[in-house]
Design a protein around this ligand. Structure first.
Ligand code: 13P
Length: 252
Protein backbone atom coordinates (compact mmCIF):
# COMPACT_ATOMS: atom_id res chain seq x y z
CA UNK A 1 0.00 0.00 0.00
CA UNK A 2 1.11 3.55 -0.67
CA UNK A 3 0.04 6.11 1.91
CA UNK A 4 -1.19 9.18 0.07
CA UNK A 5 0.77 12.36 0.66
CA UNK A 6 -0.63 15.87 0.47
CA UNK A 7 1.93 18.67 0.63
CA UNK A 8 1.40 22.41 0.93
CA UNK A 9 3.90 24.60 -0.90
CA UNK A 10 3.26 28.07 0.44
CA UNK A 11 5.88 29.54 -1.94
CA UNK A 12 6.71 33.12 -0.82
CA UNK A 13 3.51 33.59 1.17
CA UNK A 14 2.39 33.55 4.78
CA UNK A 15 3.06 35.54 7.90
CA UNK A 16 3.89 34.69 11.49
CA UNK A 17 0.57 35.72 13.07
CA UNK A 18 -1.47 33.39 10.83
CA UNK A 19 0.70 30.27 11.17
CA UNK A 20 -0.51 29.23 14.59
CA UNK A 21 -4.21 29.20 13.70
CA UNK A 22 -3.47 27.50 10.37
CA UNK A 23 -1.47 24.66 11.91
CA UNK A 24 -3.78 24.22 14.89
CA UNK A 25 -6.74 23.77 12.55
CA UNK A 26 -4.77 21.31 10.45
CA UNK A 27 -3.66 19.31 13.49
CA UNK A 28 -7.24 19.14 14.71
CA UNK A 29 -8.69 18.08 11.35
CA UNK A 30 -6.14 15.51 10.18
CA UNK A 31 -6.56 12.02 11.62
CA UNK A 32 -4.42 8.91 11.46
CA UNK A 33 -6.50 7.41 8.62
CA UNK A 34 -5.94 10.49 6.49
CA UNK A 35 -3.09 10.95 4.02
CA UNK A 36 0.30 12.05 5.29
CA UNK A 37 0.42 15.86 5.40
CA UNK A 38 3.47 18.09 4.93
CA UNK A 39 3.51 21.89 5.12
CA UNK A 40 6.38 23.74 3.42
CA UNK A 41 6.48 27.41 4.44
CA UNK A 42 9.28 29.86 3.59
CA UNK A 43 12.56 29.34 5.49
CA UNK A 44 11.93 32.09 8.04
CA UNK A 45 8.72 30.47 9.29
CA UNK A 46 10.21 27.01 9.78
CA UNK A 47 11.16 27.39 13.48
CA UNK A 48 7.71 28.59 14.53
CA UNK A 49 5.95 26.02 12.32
CA UNK A 50 8.10 23.24 13.77
CA UNK A 51 7.35 24.37 17.29
CA UNK A 52 3.59 24.41 16.72
CA UNK A 53 3.52 21.12 14.80
CA UNK A 54 5.84 19.33 17.24
CA UNK A 55 4.34 16.03 18.42
CA UNK A 56 1.52 16.19 15.85
CA UNK A 57 1.04 14.16 12.71
CA UNK A 58 1.83 17.17 10.52
CA UNK A 59 5.35 17.23 9.07
CA UNK A 60 7.15 20.42 8.17
CA UNK A 61 9.34 20.79 5.10
CA UNK A 62 11.39 23.36 3.28
CA UNK A 63 11.01 24.58 -0.31
CA UNK A 64 14.68 24.24 -1.21
CA UNK A 65 18.11 23.40 0.18
CA UNK A 66 21.70 23.82 -0.93
CA UNK A 67 23.84 20.86 -1.99
CA UNK A 68 26.79 21.69 0.27
CA UNK A 69 26.70 21.26 4.03
CA UNK A 70 28.26 24.67 4.67
CA UNK A 71 30.43 27.23 2.94
CA UNK A 72 30.58 30.62 1.28
CA UNK A 73 27.13 30.51 -0.33
CA UNK A 74 25.48 33.77 0.67
CA UNK A 75 21.73 33.47 1.01
CA UNK A 76 21.63 29.68 0.92
CA UNK A 77 20.49 27.17 3.56
CA UNK A 78 21.91 23.65 3.76
CA UNK A 79 20.00 20.42 4.20
CA UNK A 80 22.00 19.74 7.36
CA UNK A 81 20.75 23.01 8.84
CA UNK A 82 17.17 22.12 7.97
CA UNK A 83 17.51 18.65 9.48
CA UNK A 84 19.06 20.10 12.63
CA UNK A 85 16.01 22.34 12.99
CA UNK A 86 13.66 19.34 12.75
CA UNK A 87 12.38 19.70 9.18
CA UNK A 88 11.59 16.33 7.63
CA UNK A 89 10.99 17.14 3.96
CA UNK A 90 12.36 19.36 1.25
CA UNK A 91 10.92 20.26 -2.16
CA UNK A 92 13.64 20.03 -4.83
CA UNK A 93 13.70 21.06 -8.48
CA UNK A 94 10.46 23.02 -8.48
CA UNK A 95 9.79 24.57 -11.89
CA UNK A 96 9.87 28.07 -10.36
CA UNK A 97 13.45 27.34 -9.26
CA UNK A 98 14.21 26.02 -12.74
CA UNK A 99 12.57 29.02 -14.46
CA UNK A 100 13.70 31.91 -12.28
CA UNK A 101 16.79 30.74 -10.42
CA UNK A 102 18.76 28.70 -12.91
CA UNK A 103 18.02 25.28 -11.42
CA UNK A 104 19.16 22.50 -13.74
CA UNK A 105 18.66 18.75 -13.73
CA UNK A 106 22.20 18.43 -12.32
CA UNK A 107 21.78 20.99 -9.54
CA UNK A 108 18.39 19.56 -8.58
CA UNK A 109 19.95 16.09 -8.37
CA UNK A 110 22.76 17.44 -6.18
CA UNK A 111 20.29 19.13 -3.82
CA UNK A 112 18.20 15.97 -3.56
CA UNK A 113 21.25 13.85 -2.73
CA UNK A 114 22.38 16.35 -0.07
CA UNK A 115 18.89 16.39 1.44
CA UNK A 116 18.83 12.61 1.74
CA UNK A 117 22.36 12.56 3.17
CA UNK A 118 21.01 14.82 5.91
CA UNK A 119 18.13 12.39 6.47
CA UNK A 120 15.45 14.53 4.82
CA UNK A 121 12.79 13.15 2.52
CA UNK A 122 12.65 14.76 -0.90
CA UNK A 123 9.72 15.80 -3.06
CA UNK A 124 11.45 15.83 -6.45
CA UNK A 125 9.57 17.97 -8.99
CA UNK A 126 9.35 17.39 -12.72
CA UNK A 127 7.05 18.73 -15.42
CA UNK A 128 6.87 19.99 -18.97
CA UNK A 129 6.19 23.49 -20.29
CA UNK A 130 3.21 24.21 -22.53
CA UNK A 131 5.53 24.45 -25.52
CA UNK A 132 6.96 21.02 -24.76
CA UNK A 133 3.47 19.53 -24.35
CA UNK A 134 2.27 21.11 -27.58
CA UNK A 135 5.22 19.69 -29.47
CA UNK A 136 4.64 16.19 -28.09
CA UNK A 137 7.72 16.16 -25.87
CA UNK A 138 6.01 15.66 -22.50
CA UNK A 139 6.99 12.07 -21.85
CA UNK A 140 10.55 12.61 -23.09
CA UNK A 141 10.95 15.63 -20.78
CA UNK A 142 9.67 13.61 -17.83
CA UNK A 143 12.06 10.77 -18.62
CA UNK A 144 14.98 13.19 -18.78
CA UNK A 145 14.11 15.12 -15.63
CA UNK A 146 13.39 12.01 -13.61
CA UNK A 147 16.78 10.45 -14.43
CA UNK A 148 17.97 12.11 -11.21
CA UNK A 149 16.07 9.63 -9.07
CA UNK A 150 18.57 6.93 -10.06
CA UNK A 151 20.98 8.16 -7.41
CA UNK A 152 18.38 8.56 -4.68
CA UNK A 153 17.14 6.47 -1.79
CA UNK A 154 13.53 5.49 -2.59
CA UNK A 155 12.70 5.30 1.12
CA UNK A 156 13.20 9.08 1.36
CA UNK A 157 11.61 10.07 -1.92
CA UNK A 158 8.37 11.23 -3.50
CA UNK A 159 8.13 12.56 -7.06
CA UNK A 160 5.82 15.44 -7.99
CA UNK A 161 4.51 15.80 -11.53
CA UNK A 162 3.84 19.51 -11.97
CA UNK A 163 3.13 20.57 -15.55
CA UNK A 164 4.44 24.13 -15.76
CA UNK A 165 1.37 25.29 -17.68
CA UNK A 166 -0.88 24.18 -14.83
CA UNK A 167 0.96 25.97 -12.03
CA UNK A 168 -0.87 29.02 -10.75
CA UNK A 169 -2.95 29.23 -13.92
CA UNK A 170 -6.21 27.68 -12.73
CA UNK A 171 -5.86 25.22 -15.60
CA UNK A 172 -5.16 21.83 -14.06
CA UNK A 173 -4.13 18.75 -16.03
CA UNK A 174 -7.06 16.48 -16.67
CA UNK A 175 -7.09 13.31 -14.58
CA UNK A 176 -6.22 11.35 -17.76
CA UNK A 177 -3.24 13.61 -18.53
CA UNK A 178 -2.03 13.28 -14.96
CA UNK A 179 -2.46 9.49 -14.99
CA UNK A 180 -0.52 9.18 -18.26
CA UNK A 181 2.37 11.21 -16.88
CA UNK A 182 2.37 9.41 -13.55
CA UNK A 183 2.34 5.99 -15.19
CA UNK A 184 5.33 7.06 -17.30
CA UNK A 185 7.15 8.26 -14.18
CA UNK A 186 6.45 5.00 -12.38
CA UNK A 187 7.70 2.96 -15.34
CA UNK A 188 10.82 5.12 -15.39
CA UNK A 189 11.26 4.67 -11.64
CA UNK A 190 11.03 0.90 -12.12
CA UNK A 191 13.93 1.06 -14.59
CA UNK A 192 15.99 3.25 -12.27
CA UNK A 193 15.11 1.96 -8.82
CA UNK A 194 13.61 -1.49 -9.39
CA UNK A 195 10.02 -2.65 -9.55
CA UNK A 196 9.46 -2.91 -5.82
CA UNK A 197 10.67 0.60 -5.07
CA UNK A 198 8.67 1.99 -7.99
CA UNK A 199 5.52 0.25 -6.73
CA UNK A 200 5.96 1.90 -3.34
CA UNK A 201 6.95 5.34 -4.72
CA UNK A 202 4.48 8.15 -4.10
CA UNK A 203 3.92 10.26 -7.19
CA UNK A 204 2.10 13.51 -6.47
CA UNK A 205 0.28 15.76 -8.90
CA UNK A 206 0.71 19.54 -8.65
CA UNK A 207 -0.73 22.40 -10.69
CA UNK A 208 -3.97 24.22 -9.83
CA UNK A 209 -5.17 21.53 -7.44
CA UNK A 210 -8.32 22.89 -5.79
CA UNK A 211 -10.99 21.41 -3.54
CA UNK A 212 -13.28 21.04 -6.57
CA UNK A 213 -10.87 19.05 -8.77
CA UNK A 214 -8.97 17.09 -6.11
CA UNK A 215 -11.37 14.13 -5.98
CA UNK A 216 -11.14 13.36 -9.70
CA UNK A 217 -7.35 13.82 -9.87
CA UNK A 218 -6.76 11.72 -6.76
CA UNK A 219 -9.04 8.97 -8.06
CA UNK A 220 -6.44 8.02 -10.69
CA UNK A 221 -4.55 4.86 -9.77
CA UNK A 222 -1.06 6.39 -10.03
CA UNK A 223 -1.88 9.73 -8.41
CA UNK A 224 -0.77 9.20 -4.83
CA UNK A 225 -1.22 12.70 -3.55
CA UNK A 226 -0.90 16.36 -4.37
CA UNK A 227 1.57 19.22 -4.12
CA UNK A 228 -0.67 22.22 -3.57
CA UNK A 229 0.33 25.85 -4.06
CA UNK A 230 -2.30 28.60 -3.98
CA UNK A 231 -5.11 26.47 -2.53
CA UNK A 232 -2.92 25.43 0.40
CA UNK A 233 -2.84 28.99 1.75
CA UNK A 234 -6.43 28.68 2.92
CA UNK A 235 -6.54 26.01 5.61
CA UNK A 236 -10.18 25.12 4.92
CA UNK A 237 -9.45 24.53 1.25
CA UNK A 238 -6.32 22.58 2.08
CA UNK A 239 -8.25 20.36 4.52
CA UNK A 240 -10.85 19.73 1.80
CA UNK A 241 -8.08 18.58 -0.56
CA UNK A 242 -6.60 16.33 2.15
CA UNK A 243 -9.99 14.74 2.71
CA UNK A 244 -10.52 14.26 -1.03
CA UNK A 245 -7.62 11.79 -1.05
CA UNK A 246 -7.88 8.17 -0.06
CA UNK A 247 -5.66 7.51 2.99
CA UNK A 248 -3.89 4.68 1.19
CA UNK A 249 -3.88 3.24 -2.27
CA UNK A 250 -2.86 -0.26 -3.35
CA UNK A 251 0.73 -0.44 -4.58
CA UNK A 252 1.50 -1.98 -7.96
P1 13P B 1 -0.67 26.03 -7.68
O1 13P B 1 -1.40 24.99 -6.84
O2 13P B 1 -0.81 27.41 -7.12
O3 13P B 1 -0.97 25.90 -9.11
O4 13P B 1 0.89 25.68 -7.50
C1 13P B 1 1.32 24.39 -7.71
C2 13P B 1 2.73 24.28 -7.27
O5 13P B 1 3.61 24.85 -7.89
C3 13P B 1 3.01 23.51 -6.07
O6 13P B 1 4.37 23.29 -5.92
Amino acid sequence: MRRCLIAANWKMHGNVPSIQAYLETLIERVGSDDPEVVVCPPFTFLPVALLIASGSGIAIGSQNCHWEEKGAFTGEVSATMLAELGARWVIVGHSERRQHFGETDASAAARAKAAQRAGLSVIFCVGETLEQRDSGETLAVLERQSAAVAGLDPALLAVAYEPVWAIGTGRNATPAQAQEAHATLRRRAAELLGAEAAGALRILYGGSVKPNNAVSLLAESDVDGALVGGASLDVEGFCAIIHAAPGHRPGV
